[in-house]
Structures are given as structure tokens and as C-alpha cells.
Design a protein around this ligand. Structure first.
Ligand code: BTN
Length: 339
């Protein structure tokens, strides 16, 4: 592991400061930017070129300098900060890269090197996006891929609530942005029209029974056209855009998620019943309850009817014998294709 204490790179800080300057001023000459940022005019020019590759558009003329014409919908700190409420500590530090292997991998590395609580790692695309159970996660440039560093300790037995809370809060954010009838599949998937639009992967570092830190990774298939999904995924995955014809504003989505997640996370850290407050909403929008399911738990497959979710996060199955079994984690394979 890299033992250097974590800091956001200087290049990224300067790039973000330059975006901030343009967002406030609209236009700047090369020498104004160079003076304000303490870098050479050539360095300013290089940053502008790199911003252009990310979708920023500038007009430039020798007399007026650079004028910002268009801002892309990418998850960069200056853009996200403007959308977040001031009292949110999730997303105060954001790192954005055009490409990483996995935002969860980068975030856990940063977390272990002391990245502040609430740091959000985002990327336009992932080359090694991680799904649950070691599966790959398809991460083209038009999705929202981000991971949140959570540095507060909590008992390990409460950790399952992180993904359940996240699924309800993310559903709210998506519905608020016009995604329609988003359903929740236990434990951590969001579905639209029966196919997956989002997955959540919480990775935890625990010391005995105590979680020391966690990374909450969220992937949302926002604006990917249906035809861009690999053949093998088309039956099981879709995007909000493919289902509704509406493009999702990713800055708005992530800021709604972060500000919505914060109070429940804080409650969880204080030892309060956090998911219990969302239990009814989860149940109302569940795609899992009432169905005959097979749940893969490790090497074992349990077949039964999903009757309820315990407020602790366990799925309760009624088995063919009539007895009830609680499952804390696993993969649900549907038997019964209703709805
Ligand atoms: C699942 O299997 O359903 C969980 C998928 C989680 C994907 C997200 S995308 C952002 C973050 N980085 C990763 O490598 N994985 C998570």
C-alpha cells in the first residue's frame, strides 16, 4: 500500500481553482489566470486544453482572453460544491479524473492514507469498475460513478444499513429527477422496468466487531444509450435515459444523494436506528417482497418467499416448510417474474 499521507494532487487543485475562477468571472486573460493561480501562462493554457477534453468550451481572443462558453455535466469539485447545501460534509473534497480503474479502489486507498471524511472520488469512466462478489461493473463515460469515504467508526453489525439507506436515498434522488418508477431489489440494486440501473458496493475495513472506515461506491447508469450496453448485459441492465428518454443531470443527482444520505449516516454513527426510519419507504418500493425467490448465500441457494425486511436489513424468507429464515446478505435470483 502507498504510505504517503493522502492529499489531492496539486495539478487537480489548480485545475479546480481555474474552473472556480471561470465560474465566478466568466472570462479571464491568460495573465490574470496566471497571476491569480501563481502558475505560468503556458501552464494556464495546458489546463484549459485539458478542461476542453473534459467538455468545457472556451472562446479565446488575444484582446479579451478566454471566455467560458459551456460547462459539462461532470462530477468535478467546483461544480458539485455549487450544488451542495453548505452544511453537508459529504462532498466538500471531491477528486475527479477522466479515467480510473475503480473509484472504490482509489477511495479506499485514499481513506487508508487519511483522506478526510466525506471525500468523494469520481471519474468519467472506470476501466476496472467493481461490482459485488468480484463481478466487473460496466462503466462507460455517461454514467455516474462515485465513491464516498466514510471515516467514522460504527459497529460491524450495523454496516448492512449503509447500502440499504443508500438505496432508498438514491431512489429518492432519481425519482426527484424524473426517472419514474424506480424499484429497490434487495440488498442494493435499483431497477427500472425490471432491469438494473444502479448498484451500490460498500467496502469496509473493520477491526474485530468495529468498522473503522468504509467506502460507499455508487454506480448509476444515467445516460447510456441502450445500444451501448454490451450484448451480455442488455437483458439485465438499462439506463435512465434508455428507459425514459430523459438525460440525468449528474451533478444534481450526486448532490441530492450526498445531502440526502448525510442525516441517516450521522444517525447511524450516533447509534440511532437509522434505516428503521426508511424501512416503510423501502418496503413500499421493494421489488423483492412477496416474490418467490432463490437467494444465493455463499455456495448455498435458499428458496422461499421473501416476506419482509427486518429493520436491521435482513431479508426474511418463508421456507416451503413454513419456517422463517433471515438472510443478511446474498444475491436474489427471482423465480417469480411478476411485475
Ligand atoms: C453491484 O454489483 O451492484 C455494485 C456495483 C457498484 C459499482 C460502483 S461504480 C462506483 C464504485 N466504484 C466501483 O468500482 N464500484 C462502485
Amino acid at each position: 500500500m502507498n504510505e504517503q499521507p493522502w492529499t489531492k494532487s496539486q495539478t487537480e487543485c489548480i485545475r479546480d481553482d481555474l474552473v472556480d475562477l471561470f465560474l465566478s468571472a466568466g472570462g479571464l486573460t491568460g495573465s490574470e489566470a496566471s497571476e491569480q493561480l501563481g502558475i505560468s501562462r503556458t501552464a494556464v493554457w495546458k489546463h484549459i486544453q485539458s478542461l476542453q477534453t473534459m467538455g468545457f468550451q472556451f472562446d479565446s481572443s488575444p484582446r479579451v482572453g478566454y471566455r467560458l462558453l459551456a460547462v459539462p455535466d461532470v462530477l468535478m469539485e467546483p461544480l458539485l460544491r455549487r450544488a451542495l447545501p453548505v452544511d453537508t460534509d459529504l462532498g466538500r473534497v471531491v477528486t475527479f479524473a477522466p479515467e480510473v480503474d475503480s473509484t472504490n479502489r482509489v477511495a479506499m486507498d485514499a481513506a487508508e492514507r487519511g483522506a478526510p471524511h466525506g471525500t468523494v472520488v469520481t471519474a468519467l469512466r472506470q476501466t476496472g469498475g467493481r461490482g459485488r462478489r468480484g463481478r466487473p461493473w460496466f462503466s462507460p463515460p455517461d454514467g455516474a460513478w462515485f465513491s464516498v469515504v466514510l471515516q467514522h467508526p460504527m459497529p460491524l453489525r450495523r454496516a448492512a444499513e449503509l447500502t440499504l439507506i443508500a438505496s432508498v436515498v438514491l431512489r429518492r434522488a432519481l425519482v426527484g429527477l424524473g426517472a419514474g418508477a424506480v424499484a429497490i431489489k434487495w440488498p442494493n440494486d435499483l431497477l427500472l422496468g425490471g432491469r438494473k440501473i444502479s448498484g451500490i458496493l460498500a467496502e469496509i475495513r473493520a477491526d474485530g466487531e468495529q468498522v473503522q472506515r468504509a467506502v460507499l461506491g455508487i454506480g448509476v447508469n444515467c445516460n447510456t444509450p441502450a445500444a451501448d450496453f454490451p450484448e451480455a448485459l442488455r437483458d439485465v441492465a438499462t439506463s435512465v435515459f434508455a428507459e425514459t428518454g430523459r438525460k440525468v443531470d449528474r451533478i444534481e443527482l450526486v448532490s441530492r444523494f450526498l445531502s440526502g444520505f448525510q442525516p441517516y449516516y450521522d444517525a447511524l454513527v450516533r447509534g440511532e436506528a437509522a434505516f428503521a426510519r426508511l424501512h416503510e419507504e423501502w418496503t413500499t418500493h421493494s421489488h423483492t417482497l412477496g416474490r418467490s425467490v432463490r437467494v444465493q448465500v455463499g455456495g448455498q441457494v435458499l428458496a422461499g418467499t421473501a416476506v419482509r425486511l427486518d429493520p436491521s436489513g435482513a431479508l426474511v424468507l418463508r421456507m416451503p416448510s413454513g419456517s422463517e429464515t433471515e438472510v443478511m446478505s446474498g444475491d436474489v435470483l427471482f423465480d417469480d417474474p411478476i411485475g
